[in-house]
Ligand binder design. Structure first.
Ligand code: SF4
Length: 401
């Protein structure tokens, strides 16, 4: 079986036409239901009118860890990152093809009810979330907080307000803050003001590994406002303002790029002094790419391993060998070293900004954002012996391919 997904197979659907009466969160604003504290996504009640900075959404895993939602997670009990997502009835005004929050869903589902990276995102009063974390102090399970901006005219100002409300109560040295930015609405001054307000790490969700894929999945191809050039402008500004090891980019693997494409991008980021945070493409229900296949595991494992070698073990993409489809055929490191690194298992864990354990172990370990628990792509915990046997099998399949 070919492990390389040709670009054409990953073509997004065209977005449909939204009736004018459903645009811009009109349903939620028209009903104007006052929120009553925590809101768990529920398609049987009218969605309350909630707005940042008073309200934020958070992943199901973060809500369970914070104790505002009941639930259990497969093989793990908490997430180390409290990810806060800005929320507005108008939602994100971009239309990224792989994203559950995208604008084309306005007719079908209110913003606060949309699934995103495979889970629901409860809405919580910001003050309540901060109270809980401030009360827990150094005993908080969270190693990091992250503000996820979206494409909305108020996003920059509200991000500053959320950050300030947090740092007023919680020492950023105890729980540092990352910003998952939205470059499209940002200036260099906005980046600087976030650093001045105490943000620790600044990331840019490039998501697509090449300019062409970027345009197809989150630019003109899907009537979305983002451009590759603007994302790089803000990424390079963050490099200067936040400094080495304090900036990075998100990349989704398997949207039609080659392994060589994505690993050259990883190398470029490392050479600039930053990091890559990498996710496996999964067809999000309701997105414009919900009909295309998830990234084959063997392709994902190769890229995951090679990215870890470049990001944390000093390997270089120029020393790696690729076949005619751009697939990794040699990692450019000694077999014994490769065996040791595979055996450590860290390369296969969820990637993201670091927590308190070690630099190459991410705080951002939200579980099952890029795969179902039955076939884990990014491990939200240390892989055990059985997991490693499966990973080795997947890597061997790739070698025999
Ligand atoms: S900008 Fe971010 S949140 Fe908005 S549609 Fe694109 S990926 Fe989703």
């Amino acid at each position: 079986m070919s492990c390389f997904e040709p670009s054409a197979q990953m073509e997004p659907r065209a977005p449909g036409v939204i009736p004018i009466e459903l645009k811009n969160g009109a349903r939620v604003k028209g009903n104007d239901i006052a929120p009553q504290g925590v809101y768990l996504p529920n398609y049987n009640v009218l969605t309350p009118h909630m707005r940042s900075p008073e309200y934020v959404q958070m992943s199901t895993a973060a809500a369970i860890t914070l104790g505002i939602m009941k639930g259990r997670m497969y093989r793990t009990s908490c997430t180390r990152c409290l990810n806060l997502l800005l929320t507005y009835p108008e939602g994100c005004r971009a239309n990224c093809a792989y994203c559950g929050l995208a604008r084309h869903r306005e007719a079908e589902r209110d913003y606060a009810d949309r699934n995103f990276i495979r889970v629901d995102w409860p809405a919580v009063p910001l003050g309540q979330a901060i109270d809980i974390v401030a009360h827990d102090g150094a005993a908080s399970p969270f190693h990091r907080m992250c503000i996820s901006m979206i494409t909305h005219p108020r996003s920059d100002e509200d991000t500053r307000t959320v950050l300030k409300a947090w740092t007023d109560r919680i020492d950023p040295a105890t729980i540092p803050v990352s910003i998952l930015s939205n470059p499209t609405t940002m200036t260099r001054e906005d980046v600087k003001s976030l650093r001045d307000l105490g943000a620790d790490i600044f990331t840019v969700a490039l998501d697509a590994a090449t300019p062409e894929l970027f345009d197809r999945t989150r630019g003109k191809g899907v009537q979305s406002p983002h451009t590759w050039a603007k994302y790089w402008e803000i990424l390079l500004a963050a490099r200067e303002i936040f400094g080495p090891q304090k900036f990075g980019a998100h990349i989704i693997v398997g949207m039609g790029e080659t392994e060589s494409d994505v690993l050259h991008l990883v190398q470029r980021l490392v050479d600039l002094g930053g990091h890559s945070h990498m996710f496996c493409f999964f067809p999000e229900k309701g997105s414009l790419m919900d009909h295309v296949p998830a990234t084959p595991r063997e392709q994902w494992r190769r890229v995951q391993l090679a990215r870890y070698l470049i990001d944390y073990r000093g390997a270089r993409v120029e020393s790696m060998r690729f076949d005619e489809h751009g697939r990794v055929r040699d990692y450019g490191v000694a077999q014994s070293e490769l065996e040791t690194i595979v055996g450590e298992g860290i390369a296969f864990r969820t990637s993201g900004c670091p927590g308190k354990f070690r630099d190459d172990v991410s705080a951002c370990d939200r579980p099952y954002g890029d795969s179902p628990p039955s076939n884990i792509a990014s491990f939200p915990f240390q892989p055990n012996g059985n997991d490693l046997r499966k990973i080795r099998r997947q890597l061997r399949e790739s070698a025999a391919d």
